[in-house]
Design a protein around this ligand. Sequence first.
Ligand code: ATP
Ligand code: MG
Length: 792
Amino acid sequence: MTAEGTPSRERNDFIRDIIDADLASGKHKAIATRFPPEPNGYLHIGHAKSICLNFGLAKQYGGTCNLRFDDTNPTKEDIEYAHAIERDVRWLGFEPSKVLFSADYFEQMYELAVALIRAGKAYVCDLNEEDIRVYRGSLTEPGKPSPWRDRNVAENLDLFSRMRAGEFKDSARVLRAKIDLAAANMKMRDPLLYRIRHEHHYRTGDAWCIYPMYDYAHPLEDAIEGITHSICTLEFENNRELYDWVIEHTGVPCKPRQYEFARLNIDYTVMSKRKLLQLVKTGVVSGWDDPRMPTIAGMRRRGYSAAALRAFCDMIGVAKNNSVVDIGKLEFCVRDDLNQNAPRVLAVLSPLPVELTTVAADASEWFDAPSFPEDIGKPGSRNVGFTREVLIERDDFMETPEADFKRLAPGRTVRLRYGYAITCTDVVKDASGNVVGLRCEHHPESLHGKPVADGRKVSGVIHWVSAKHSVPAEVRLYDRLFSAKSPDEGDGDFLKHLNPASLATTTGARVESSLAGATEGRFQFERLGFFCIDVPNKLTSGDTSALPGSKPDALIFNRIVSLRDTWQADAATDKTAAAPSAAKSENVKNKTRPKSKSPAEFRAEARERSPELKAAFERMQSEYGLTAADADVLSGELPLAQLFVDAASKTNHHGSVASWLVNQLTRERGERELSEIKLTPTALASLVDLVEAGKLNNQAAKDVFAVLVNEGGNPADIVKARGLDVAVTNEQIAAWLKEALAENADKAAALLGGKTALLGFFIGQVVKKSGGRADPATLNQLLAGPLASLLA
Ligand code: ATP
Ligand code: MG
């Protein structure tokens, strides 16, 4: 077992309690577990829970864990599945102590069955399956004995060996345990041990035509391997009595014990292999590794990392009661992992060409762009090429911008991420009036976050690529496969709940040239989401996946997950309207989506999912003295909580740090991810200190804050560069006010005539004259007191 596979678990669960007790009492010196999949399909995320549990226990307690193929049923099993399963277990980060096959124990199991017959504890029964069922009785009526129950040992031995020799047809006879036909537990009413199946077995070939039943085989497999704790899911609770009977009456020396835990169910998902096989067979999905499948192979192809799946299994824990887990928890773990590990790149999914008329036709410039935002603290950068023709996201331009649209429009200025600010001068249209391109001017002085010389307002920062220094890509926007929360519910026809928008393909995307020729990798396409190079599962039957994968010269990307939880957070963040069209499909999705939650509900849920956020929420109140309301707003997403804690650790004014983030950041941030803004914890802390020390008035501080968010830097430099540090004297203010009164004689007269509403106008004039240095609140005070005479 690799160290990587160990969950960072601190809490205990009932299974660990049992193991602790067994080790303490000396019942076991070491523990041995197993993961026993039947190779009749690919592993799904439910199996991952069982894998993390069994292998995780072995790792934690220094024991062993076998991967054992429970291949006692020849009809559905296949070597392809066995290979895929082993690969998935290793990919998840676990190294089996041994890889074993139940079929290798057939001879041993047969011998033990013969011994049971000899001991009078098993008999050959000639009833057909239907009669056996009828004879068995019901929960309210005891069963009645089969006419063959009292066959003598010699006859039983003879018939059983002839069963093995292939003398009888399928189902003609079975071997049954002789237990108790009146048992309350139906499983104990003379259960089947062997049945006849003239089938080719993928491992034993035609060596056998009788096959052991699960309830007989499983305890023996465990015993043969010396398993101490045989962990299975709750639906096997009733089988435990039979499990113990087999162990006891076959007299095997090892006495494993069975424990049951709740199987994993996830909403918006189906999880049984039978149903997954149906999805594959009917072509609803492209194969077991289709990126929408809840299989491990599908999730790997989708771009989920093993670490994210382990973190998820760790988060949900192990319990005894069945429940349905919110799929948002899984997506949360995936997003959290990607945020830390996926380098940022620029890509445009639906390009709109922009000609920069102020850039020479043959000019090429390269910007050094960091692969990770500062708060992630990881090294690395790449060059992003800039030329006269750039491509921007079609949705980042609106000819007639709506009220809250913060990006490009005619006459407006936006900043190209890592590059220049540009101003839109012309809209290019085709004959039918569709916008087919833009002409813009760039502001050469604005590189590296510097302001535009004429002080014009920059509406936002958008992503882009150079037409020349970018490569084409196909992008597959994946979403949940089902739009119903419980696709299995109702009449069970889960196929009618398929989400029609679970895959939307766009072929016209362009990605920055650093991705040219890439063969693998996960990335954040800035402002769009997390994406990976599509790599099909090499083990899918045949080489021709119905869904071809990426090639170095024909890139294909999968959307792993959006930047935030769009299924729950739409209303909460009110940002979908402004979200770049990364996913047109998201609009379709809205219709089938459950009722959206409020921001507060969304944050509460985020804390439910993340122990880290929950701890931050507590700590903000206990350690930093925030109100519950502020702590709530700041602990709905990890980067924000982190930003607060980091900044608060650098200043004594914790409440101030909180109020800047709660009030001002929300305003300045717009639709951006926190990773996209430039504000650092250090900068925020020094800004707070300047304000608290009375060195900067509120209005000026807000301006500085805006610069810190949009362009970065440190407050002291910005204050100096803008002359904001010069204290504005009352005399200076008086002079400005006099000027303003003189320039607006009519209004001045009206004000003096009692129209006090005009006070605000004059305050505005003074603030303007001061270049933002005069603080309206201070002005208000001055006008009520010392400067009142000027108004008289
Ligand atoms: P399915 O019902 O999906 O076909 P299964 O139980 O038949 O699954 P197996 O290959 O027999 O699949 O399972 C191997 C191991 O994985 C068993 O120990 C089983 O209990 C466990 N397992 C299967 N599904 C889940 C699940 N949803 N949650 C947790 N453990 C699971
Ligand atoms: Mg099974």
